[in-house]
Design a protein around this ligand. Structure first.
Ligand SMILES: NC(=O)c1ccc[n+]([C@@H]2O[C@H](COP(=O)([O-])OP(=O)(O)OC[C@H]3O[C@@H](n4cnc5c(N)ncnc54)[C@H](O)[C@@H]3O)[C@@H](O)[C@H]2O)c1
Length: 341
């Protein structure tokens, strides 16, 4: 399966290294509007460099295009890639509006290509165990849950690229850093009925929020809490997901939802000891270990002609929740989903 990467910045090495580590994948082309960025990747991974993604998409030897540019360009480039007949892997958020997310989903469906959104934390060993327990009905009915991201992104981080923290190209800590955990919360709890939240720009010199808090009412009746902050002094503390139900309590914490901290089900002491003994260490960065698996899943999805693990329709859900929180901040009123833009 031949891959190309569009956008050779901070997250792109995760993709490139994952692709070259997979025996069934090959990185053939890379593109960045900054020629040195494309050339650096081309040299390192023996790929052909481009500075215009349209030219890259004209190649007929590319199966999958990975989009890792600033977030405002994901939908536009994804639609062009689909129209060129390439399968699309898009970094989160898949788009900045629901309208553009829907246009991307429709373009991929129309072209008959797969669309996968990079929510790699779904592949964390801890999250897979949690999901299995949920699917096996071990929680009974779910009561409530919480998604917490307490990280530090300082002014230097935001100054690295002009798109960071802006309304049209990035969003704030909810849209950029917390979208993975919000995806996990909604994946566990299902459709959301109503959202209320506040955002605040407390410390960083950015247009959008560096703190966001929200409460969710799920259609099931369960309640949810979101806390997102890029202001935590002096460094990242945790990305934690809590899931509570009638007969189960699980807390997955660590730096990037990678470590099971609480595992409570009836008669589970032996299982818990085994799980705790096998825990993986904190990943070297908050990007975690999941990129390789989500790319491997895309390859299998193409081979088996099935949906990828996180298709466009799934990536859209966390986007909708975050846009609803932004709406709450603007209107000071609760927002019922579906969100009408
Ligand atoms: N999954 C994750 O955990 C994760 C982690 C970090 C970033 N991301 C997402 O990945 C995306 C990129 O983030 P980043 O931190 O790597 O950003 P970055 O600014 O470091 O890199 C983006 C790159 O895209 C290039 N670019 C811009 N416009 C382009 C165009 N038209 N054609 C080709 N290249 C273009 C830029 O020159 C830059 O090199 C964002 O959407 C971000 O939200 C995801």
């Amino acid at each position: 399966m031949r891959f190309a990467i569009i956008g050779c910045g901070r997250i792109a090495p995760k993709h490139a290294e994952s692709i070259v580590a997979l025996p069934e994948a090959e990185l053939v082309a890379v593109c960045d509007i900054v020629p040195e960025n494309a050339q650096k990747f081309a040299d390192k991974y023996a790929a052909i460099p481009y500075t215009d993604y349209h030219a890259l998409l004209e190649r007929d030897d590319i199966d999958v295009v990975t989009i890792a540019t600033s977030s405002d360009l994901h939908a536009e480039i994804g639609i062009a890639a689909a129209q060129a007949g390439k399968h699309v892997m898009v970094e989160k958020p898949m788009a900045m509006t629901l309208q553009s997310a829907d246009a991307l989903i429709a373009a991929c469906a129309q072209a008959g290509v797969k669309l996968a959104v990079i929510h790699q934390n779904r592949f964390n060993a801890s999250i897979k165990l949690l999901r299995q327990a949920l699917e096996a009905g071990r929680f009974g009915s779910l009561t409530h849950g919480q998604a917490t991201v307490r990280w530090n992104r300082d002014d230097n981080y935001y100054a690295q690229a002009p798109w960071r923290g802006t309304k049209l190209q990035d969003g704030g800590v909810l849209m950029n850093q917390s979208i993975h955990n919000i995806d996990l919360l909604q994946w566990m709890f299902g459709p959301v009925e109503s959202v209320f939240g506040f955002t605040r720009t407390a410390m960083r010199k950015i247009e959008m929020e560096d703190i966001g808090v929200a409460v969710l009412k799920f259609k099931s009746g369960a309640l949810g809490v979101i806390e997102a902050a890029s202001t935590i002094y002096p460094k990242n503390i945790e990305e934690t997901l809590n899931v509570f139900g009638e007969t189960g309590s699980v807390v997955v914490g660590g730096i990037a939802v990678n470590r099971i901290e609480t595992w409570e089900f009836p008669d589970c002491a032996a299982e818990r000891s085994e799980i705790m003994a096998q825990q993986e260490n904190d990943p070297p960065t908050v990007y975690g270990f999941g990129h390789r698996e989500i790319i491997a899943d895309m390859i299998e999805a193409i081979r088996q002609d099935r949906e990828p693990a996180v298709p466009g329709s799934e990536g859209r859900k966390a986007l909708e929740i975050i846009l609803a929180i932004y709406r709450c901040q603007a209107t000071k009123a609760a927002v019922n989903l579906p969100l009408v833009e």
